[in-house]
Structure formats: structure tokens, C-alpha cells
Design a protein around this ligand. Sequence first.
Ligand SMILES: Cc1cc2nc3c(=O)[nH]c(=O)nc-3n(C[C@H](O)[C@H](O)[C@H](O)COP(=O)(O)OP(=O)(O)OC[C@H]3O[C@@H](n4cnc5c(N)ncnc54)[C@H](O)[C@@H]3O)c2cc1C
Length: 466
Amino acid sequence: MTRYDVLIAGGGNAALSAAISAARDGARVCIVEAAPRAWRGGNTRHTRNCRIAHDAGNGILTGPYPVAEYTEDLMRVTGGVTDEELAAITLERSREVWDFLAGNGVHFQPSLGGTLSLGRTNAFFMGGGRAMLNALYRTAEDLGVDVFYDTAVTALRIEDGFFVSATVTENWQSETPRPREIGARCFVAASGGFEANIEWLTDAWGPAARNFLIRGTPYNTGGVLRLLMESGIRTTGQPDQCHAVAVDGRAPKFDGGIVTRLDCVPFGIVVNAHAERFYDEGEDFWPKRYAIWGRLVAAQPEQIGHVIIDAKSIDLFMPSVFPPEKADTLEELATRIGLDPARLCETVARFNVACIPGDFDHTTHDTCRTEGLDPPKSHWARPIETGPFYAYTLRPGITFTYMGVKVNRDARMVMQDGTASPNLFAAGEIMAGNILGQGYLAGIGMTIGTVFGRIAGTEAARYVSN
Ligand SMILES: Cc1cc2nc3c(=O)[nH]c(=O)nc-3n(C[C@H](O)[C@H](O)[C@H](O)COP(=O)(O)OP(=O)(O)OC[C@H]3O[C@@H](n4cnc5c(N)ncnc54)[C@H](O)[C@@H]3O)c2cc1C
């Protein structure tokens, strides 16, 4: 049996942060990545930035973002459903993330336009998540970390909360899988959530989950999470809690990434399959609301929504990757997207008469709103009357699930009886539910992975050296 000091399941940011930290502290480390090399890096490939506390701007970050403000933001979005000790560690240690990543070859750049106004709070990776990952892989390999691609962790030998070895299966998706045993002094689970496991999503959400699109990697199927649950590790978080946005209904089932998100909702109305509105499209600025629309659409019949806008608004948001449906009349538009034309015209007419005149300004909470309409549109409400008319179809796009393993401040997994395992650690999405009981703050996914990846790697190396 091959032996290492630290065996890490996963090949994204959390795994790399753990691997580099453990290797720098002298441990012999291997990474087992389920994806082939060309697809390595899980959801991290799709990322653009991480949210980090800092006391002053630095030429790229446009101003300070104190830990106290970060804490308030997290408490607001989670409604306090968070492990306060672990949240405090994440936010306090987010101050070190820039130096850690930069020290391991990652470069940063100012935020791009159309990126949800994050220039002060979020550090953007130059070249995006893939370039960031390439830098971390290079560093890990230079430190002697062995990486096995196209190899999944398929079984774990855990005795009373003590990790002994893992079965790792090379070419695990082929007709000739090759299982073998790797022993290690410590195991770090950094294998993502279970968002790509449609069966598991269906258990949590019911049949509606079959209509969800998965924004990221197809490899995050929760296999390691399941093995850990079967080995007596305690879980945290609810299985239906996740980050979900409304994406273009034409996006691929997996891996559509960020380009399939649509930012046009505040400029029009959103109707369901019955051509009825169901939520205030102008409740707040889009960066504060985009993450609720995945759930809103998931709750609609057939898990579908349609944004309807007119010629006045088509140039006001980030261009979409797929062109919208376009028609000179609302009736024609309705037919193209499979809605009852009469019903859509009725809904639009009701909306149009409810719009009270105001000064349209999409950069402020303007005075354009509806009166006497249920649900209301609180801002940016303008009659939809100027052809051509446009429609985008929306589907729920799951970013990642929150339910995962319970960990303590050392990133050690907690057993059912409340004791911490001596040599089982977790980082990233697989334990994000400790901090994100619900809600989301843009850029915190990468921060959780880096902070807890570093802790897991350091603690694993400490355990090995003792
Ligand atoms: C489209 C999109 C955009 C995003 N943008 C941002 C952003 O800008 N900022 C931000 O903070 N967050 C963002 N996120 C969330 C972010 O991607 C995650 O929070 C973060 O990447 C999680 O890192 P991780 O290492 O835990 O998981 P991942 O990067 O997903 O890595 C998990 C790894 O585990 C591997 N794996 C799975 N099962 C097994 C197994 N059985 N054996 C071995 N390996 C296995 C997978 O192949 C994968 O490599 C985005 C997500 C998506 C989908």
C-alpha cells in the first residue's frame, strides 16, 4: 500500500490551500482529484474573486473593509444561522488570504465592470479562477505534492473516528476502473458539495430538482460526504440550503459557469409558465437580490420563469451569452416562449397601468414604482410598451450546496458523539454549511476554502510531526 502523511480528496481551492500548507510544513502530501487533468479544479475554475477583510485599499481593492463590517454583512445574509466561532475565524483570517495566495503565485487585478460592485470588498484573480488554480497547482507540484487525476476516493477506512486508509479508483468512470489503497496519517476532505448529484438534490427538493441546472463541475457528487456520513461524522446544515441564482434556461446542465447568469430582472417583469408575475423585480439593487431568484424560480410551476423587457431596457445590463427572444409584439413574443399570448398581454397591461411616473435611474432606488399591484415592483418600474419586446427564459442554477460535515476550529471533523476526530479534516464547500447556514455573500466561498484549507493543512502537518 502506498503511504503518505496527508491524503487530500479534491482538486479545487480548498484542496490546494491545504496541500500547500501541509507541504510547506514538511508533510508528504498527495491530492486525489476525481476530474481528468483538463477539468481539474472543480467549481474553483469558475470563480473570479474572494471577499477579504482589510484595513485599507491597496491600489486594487478600492477601500477598507474592516472585519466588523464583514461580520455585519455575514450576519445579515445568514440571519445569524452560522457557527459564530468558525465565522469569526473565517473573517479574521480572511485578512491573510491575499498574502497567502499572492505568496503562492496568484496575481490580482482590479474588479471588472458589471461584477456586482465588489471592487472594495473582493480581490479579483487575474485571469480568473483557472489562472489562480494553475498557479496553486504549480506551487504544490514544486513543493513535491503528488497529484492523481481522474482518480476518485471511493471508500474510506475509518475506525472509531480515526482515518486509516482510502480506496482510490483510477479511471473510475471507465469500464476498467483500477482501485488501490492509499494509507495516510491524515485525511483532508476538500471534495466540494453534492450539487451535481441530481438524486441527492431530488431527495432534498423533490422532483423539482430535475429541472435545476448545475452551474459548476459535474464531479461534485458528494461521494466523500456520503462516505463520511456513513462513518459516523456529524453533519451540519439543511440539505435544501444552497446558493442558487436564476440562469439562462438554455444553459448546459453542468458547468455553464458565470456567463449564463442574467442581470436583466430589475429592468422588466418576470412571469411564470402561467404568464403571471410572482415577485417584486425591483425590490433592491441586483447585487443584493440576484441570489434569491434561483429559489424563487425553483418554486414556480415547471421551475421556469420568463423575463419580459422592452426596447428601452435592452442595453442597460450586461449582455447575455445567448441572444434573447425578440418580437415586434407581445403576442408574438408569448408564442415564441410558449406562453398564452392573451394572458401575457393581460399581465403586462395590468403592470403598465400600475406604474406611476417617476425619474428612472437604475443606479439609485428610484421613484419608478407600481401602485395597487400585487406583487408590487418597488423601483425601476416602467411600462413595457416600446417594441421590439424581448424575453429570456430563467431556470434555477445551483452554485453549491451547504449541508456538509461539522468541523471544529482546527478544521477537524466532529463525530456524532461530539468528539473531534484526531486525523480527519475538512475544508471548502464540504464544510461551508458551518458558516453558511443560509444566504450568501459574494466571494465568501473562496474565503472559507482558503482559510479552512490552510488550517486543515497546517493542523494535519502538526499532527504528523507529533
Ligand atoms: C459559476 C460559479 C462561480 C463562482 N464564483 C465564485 C466567486 O467568484 N467567488 C467565490 O468565493 N466563490 C465562487 N463560487 C463558489 C466557489 O466555486 C466555491 O465556493 C469554491 O470553489 C469551493 O472550493 P472547493 O475546493 O471546496 O471545491 P471545488 O473547487 O468545487 O473542488 C472540489 C473538488 O473535489 C473533486 N471531487 C469531488 N468528488 C471527489 C471524489 N470522490 N474524489 C476525489 N475528488 C473529488 C472535484 O473534482 C473538485 O476538483 C462560484 C461557483 C460557481 C459554480
